[in-house]
Design a protein around this ligand. Structure first.
Ligand SMILES: *Cc1c(COP(=O)(O)O)cnc(C)c1O
Length: 369
């Protein structure tokens, strides 16, 4: 019997992407086998983290890397690292930041909410988030103003489709901070495909989620400057105790990196493009919707299918269609569109062909014949 039947759990088709409330992603066979083997073994955890360090450095070209519990904890721990360095006294004192730099400057539109506000991940280290600019965007002068405070620990930037407003090139923001000697952390949680691009901005630390497109068990990967990565690892004797990576997570990360390095990206991209193109043709034949493929706004290497709903013909608006898909069995989850637009999005990366067929069958049942 499968897990869903055993425990009475809802069967899901996840066309929403790597979404945490749905279990995020599917690990491949190599990861599943490695994780299963890890569970019944002991390891010297320092050695395991050293292996992750070498693998992450080879994978990304960064000086060093480490794994922590997840990206939310990676944000807390990278911020902590910029406040404490490797000082045992400072690490033991957190979240009391007396005598430490504690302001974390971030553009207002980068104050994203990925299930909780990113500012809370900052405050958890004892730091104080200081937003610059507005929801509509920020300029280099806004950054200069924020970074001119005497107590700045770091600049925090986010690379995500959740970011709002106009901004500068990330590399320009990094350069402004570096001219003041301020380290820069980039949260690129779902951007593992673009991690080398994020490192090329000059950022001192970049964090990505292992469990999003990389397909490892839950893990936050931190790569960048060796001294700051060492300061992140040192937090495990402080607030990082509650945010450590498990042995099975680190082994899973190693296996997931190997799988990514073996992936034929050209063939993978073609496969994703074909899936979306086929879906667009089949969904486009249904009444009440128009289907198109749209690129990822952050530059991830795949497209999504967008349905534009004509409520007069479809008999329901986009929001009602999203709900109707969700309440069926299996429960189909899609990406809702912008609140003011009659649209919904389907991310097909993780879907099997039979699941895509099931989505199209459900759409044909819900829309007028
Ligand atoms: C998913 C996400 C996070 C949190 O990642 P976890 O690994 O789930 O903790 C942080 N920031 C952004 C932009 C995200 O998309």
């Amino acid at each position: 019997m499968g897990l869903h039947a055993t425990y009475g759990l809802t069967r899901i088709i996840n066309a929403r992407g790597p979404y945490t409330p749905l279990g995020v992603s599917r690990s491949g066979e190599g990861v599943a086998t490695a994780v299963a083997a890890a569970l019944s073994e002991f390891f010297v955890m320092e050695e395991l983290q050293d292996a992750a360090d070498r693998a992450l450095a080879r994978f990304t070209g960064a000086e060093a890397g480490t794994a922590v519990h997840c990206t939310a904890s990676a944000i807390t721990l990278t911020v902590a690292a910029t406040m404490t360095g490797e000082s045992p006294e400072r690490i033991a004192a957190l979240p009391d930041t007396t005598g430490m730099p504690r302001a974390v400057v971030l553009p207002a539109g980068h104050a994203v909410d990925y299930g909780h506000p990113i500012e809370q991940a900052v405050r958890l280290a004892g730091a104080v988030p200081v937003a610059v600019g507005t929801e509509a965007g920020y300029t280099l002068e806004d950054l200069e103003t924020g970074l001119s405070r005497p107590d700045v620990a770091c600049l925090l930037l986010v690379s995500s489709r959740l970011v709002r407003g106009a901004g500068t090139e990330l590399s320009e923001a990094v350069a402004v901070a570096h001219r003041r000697g301020v380290p820069v952390v980039i949260d690129g949680a779902a951007q593992d495909f673009r991690i080398d691009e994020l490192l090329r901005t000059g950022a001192d630390l970049v964090t990505v989620s292992g469990q999003k497109y990389l397909g490892s068990p839950t893990a936050g990967l931190v790569v960048g400057r060796a001294d700051l990565v060492a300061a992140v690892r040192a937090q495990e004797r402080g607030i990082g105790r509650a945010m450590k990576a498990s042995k099975e997570a680190v082994i899973g990360v190693l296996a997931a990196i190997e799988a990514r390095q073996e992936l034929d990206m050209t063939a993978w991209r073609r496969q994703q493009a074909d899936k979306v193109a086929d879906f667009v043709v089949r969904a486009g034949a249904l009444r009440g919707v128009a289907a198109t493929s749209v690129p990822d706004p952050t530059g991830l290497p795949f497209e999504r299918a967008r349905l534009d709903v004509d409520p007069a013909v479809a008999g329901m608006d986009a929001a009602a269609l999203v709900t109707a898909l969700r309440v069926g069995a299996p429960s189909i989850w899609v990406m809702p569109g912008r609140p003011d637009a009659e649209e919904l999005f389907f991310e097909l990366v993780a879907l099997e062909p039979a699941e895509i067929d099931a989505v199209l069958v459900r759409l044909s049942e819900l829309l007028p014949g």
